[in-house]
Ligand binder design. Sequence first.
Ligand SMILES: Cc1cc2nc3c(=O)[nH]c(=O)nc-3n(C[C@H](O)[C@H](O)[C@H](O)COP(=O)(O)OP(=O)(O)OC[C@H]3O[C@@H](n4cnc5c(N)ncnc54)[C@H](O)[C@@H]3O)c2cc1C
Length: 576
Amino acid sequence: MYHRFDAIVVGAGGAGLMAALQLAQTPGISTAVISKLYPSRSHTGAAQGGIGAALGNLEEDHPEWHTFDTVKGGDYLVDQTAADVMCHEAVESVYELEHYGLPFSRTPDGKIAQRRFGGHTRNFGEAPVRRSCFAADRTGHMILQTLYQQCIKHEVNFYSEFQLLDLVFNDGVCCGIVALNIKDGEIHTFHAKAVLFATGGFGRAWKITSNALSNTGDGVAIAYRHGIPLEDMELYQFHPTGVYKLGILLTEGARGEGGILRNSEGERFTERYAPTLLDLAPRDMVSRFIYQEVREGRGINGGDFVHLDLTHLGAEVVEKKLPDLADFVRTYLGLDPVRELIPIQPTAHYAMGGIPTDIDGRVITGEHNTPLPGFYAAGECACVSVHGANRLGTNSLVDIVVFGRRAGRHMARYVQETGFTQLPQKPDLYAREQVGQLLARETGESAARIRSALQEEMMDKVSVVRSEEKLRAAQRTVRQLKEQYRHVAMQDRQTWYNSELHETMEVGYLLDLSESIIAGALAREESRGGHYREDYPTRDDVNFLRHTLVYDTPDGLQIRYKPVDLSKFEPKERKY
Ligand SMILES: Cc1cc2nc3c(=O)[nH]c(=O)nc-3n(C[C@H](O)[C@H](O)[C@H](O)COP(=O)(O)OP(=O)(O)OC[C@H]3O[C@@H](n4cnc5c(N)ncnc54)[C@H](O)[C@@H]3O)c2cc1C
């Protein structure tokens, strides 16, 4: 089936909806949002702790301090002009969300309430500051619902439960996408003047993850298969407080409200590692502190986990400020967080890397940042890069609203000035062949088995602490799994609601992305932010203060580099 819209947005999380809203508010532009999930199921809805903005509602704060924290938190791999744009526009974006009706938690005098979060400080690192704006521990849920309501109000066209299969270019200009209607298996071509990918992250490459089942990096992998390089893929964040064995996230807001991490001796071990920020040091550091405690035998009962202690906060703080967390702990662990310690371990959480873009969401390629006409990306699938080597808590929700908005506005101008590029002959050929082969093959490998083997290997060898030996072993495993995947076969070969079909394709995306993560991690022979190499334990600004670009070429993977924008702050050692 054929459709034609001026603008197509793929993904209905915070980034996609924010962009769609800008397009829908511009008269004369037709916009459609394509999403494999029903919009309100997008992972943005799982975000708990908050959205950072220097409103200064409870104490003095400035966007400039926010920029500094973002750059330092990202271990100086952040593009500083982009971070500055984000931290300044965060303030008006939060007020805009408020005006759309987002029910923020309030101070007694009616202002938006704010709380502490990891790495957020006053006056360039002096002491913690309250910067995270929140709606209890359901901030993402409220953002998603608010934006979805606004999109409905502005009559955005939604194609929900449509899975992106391919991106279409003609002569270097992006001119549409191909998607599968999950309901009946029909393949649709969407012709457009511009396409935005807002397809989210890929935490499902790891066994222990905070990410939803659908976070499989589809958009990132599809761009990569089109020869677009991926930026800084090796920089993946492990959040320190996932529920032990399950990975379900317990928000950093818990430590923002005063929660403490303790080892088997009951000791608040962060005192030894980060005397100023303690439990609220950036996530990459706290995850490594936990790893170190476990390695030195101070995990609980000698195991690979420690405790999150909220027992001193009192029932009122836990129930009012952290109601979802309390609910998760009761439901999944059968524990009462008001009275009992909570077992936690680091969980795969957030992709700092992804599809390279400029500050207007335009996808850029190569070492010289050449824009690809008509193709945009925003949100977790994109790399602007405002998070560098480690994202600060609350900065992803800022990223999706600020850059979703900027991308949507730039796209609106672009489609007003540009005509339709003709589609190439048979734009859906690749997608039809891919789906056709999967539906036809009767015997072969199981995608579910390949996925578990991949997730185990990534968890074991490509997580908080890495080394050449582990990475080489993981590289061999992923290559073998990719070979097995070429012969993958499904048991269900119906076309209606065939979840095995779209999950099988997702495994293919995870394999490609894992290969690029490992390649970037092997090449980065230093430790920076979320990437820690025990064989190269220090940061090496001489050789690696630069962004990695991984290309998938017919001759194999190629690594190139591009410079970091250091226009505001000079790189310094990170101390907290
Ligand atoms: C448990 C949890 C808690 C978090 N808490 C916070 C927090 O407190 N503060 C903070 O700043 N950040 C937080 N984050 C991170 C933040 O929520 C995410 O990075 C952000 O919401 C991503 O938004 P997005 O719009 O880029 O993507 P998502 O919200 O993940 O949406 C992706 C969209 O893409 C669509 N899609 C994907 N693939 C396809 C395909 N093949 N075809 C069609 N559609 C597709 C999906 O249907 C979905 O609509 C948290 C993340 C998690 C997992």
